[in-house]
Design a protein around this ligand. Sequence first.
Ligand code: SF4
Length: 446
Amino acid sequence: MLINTVDKRSANDDLFVPTNGLPGFEPISLGIIAALTPKEWEIELIDENFEDFTDTDAELVGISAYTTSINRAIDISVKLRKKGVKTIIGGKHACLYPNELIEYFDSVLEGEAESVWVDIIKDFENNSLNKIYIGEFIDLANYTRPRRDIFNKYNYEIATIQFSRGCVNNCYFCGVPVLYKHTYRQREIQDVITELQEIKQKYVFFIDDTIYCDSKNNQIIKELFVEIAKNKINKHIIVAASINIYEDDEFLNLAKKAGVKVLYIGFESENIDDLKNVNKRMNYKSSSSKYTQAVKKIHRYKMAIMGGFISGFENDTPEKILKRGKYILDSNIDASTLTILTPLAKTPLFESLKKENLLLHTNFPQDWIYYNACNFTIDYNKNRDEIMNAFYSSSLNLINCKNVRKKFFKTLIRTRSFATAKALLVLVKNFHVGTQNCWIVKRIIK
Ligand code: SF4
């Protein structure tokens, strides 16, 4: 059995909880594990975005968890081990803190599964599982395409696919450079095309941390877009990108031809000092005055933008947070996520705050449930209630039905593409579960 965990104690259905899994998106890593498992094995997936795990008679249970859901993973494992079921934990948190987890699981998989999963299975069959397995970073020319049949059980609206792993940037709050040790790798283009041809959903989300990289790697991404168009893949594609993508007309044009409909861009803040403090280089080079220009340009290529924004910077006040919410609402950005600045495990932000004794919750692993981007975890000596009230008020305002509807029609007008506006709405619906009952969402997404 493979379990994608969600910790209800940490989840917040109304807001965006990026570190606790997203409903509607296929858990691709478990699809890869399934593909690596010998064919004669019977595999069942439990995705807690759809149903809670209760019990199983499986012999081996692989559990995947983010940092915020690690306590749920621990609870499941403790229960299963009591009745003799072997458990293995993998995923981001296991890569970052393998030693923290040793006592709760039979095995901990640190790193990428591809290079060690076959050994794990053999060791299990020989009743000789090791406590820790270290998976090396693989050459993505040897990528294993996920077994998508295990996803059939649930109604995933958005298929996920991966072209690259890692990121060339180093934003201090981001877990990606830490996880991938500042490396960046890409897959073979033809293999990605074959995988896209296997996907049945209309909406495809590239889970790459950013699709817009540096000049050398962007050249290969452009080739990927050319091949997607040439092979008439005909999907509505969503990617994450950095703001400087707007300066590259050739890239935007090829992305459009490949079917890219929505760009998720981390704007983080409109304030240059905030951006400098978290080393968001490409943004402060662009500066907030250029945000408007960037969004306008991207709209010309019939693509919409979901912007990621952060609250709770060192210099933030409740007034500033409310102002940021208003800025997002009044801007031409089509949709947004507003989260609280969170020192994700092992990031430069986490380490420096830990050194200065500024972390509010340090009783780990229990306290990881607070690190979900919707809680205040930094002791900035501020009135936390006021900050949280401003954050909630801004966040909920951005995703209330009236504003979702307003933004939808504006996107339609600005991009002059119904397919783009609809793709954006599909993304909004799956990011912000609370919008599922909005009239516009129900009406447009049948
Ligand atoms: S926030 Fe985005 S651009 Fe910055 S390091 Fe993370 S993935 Fe890269």
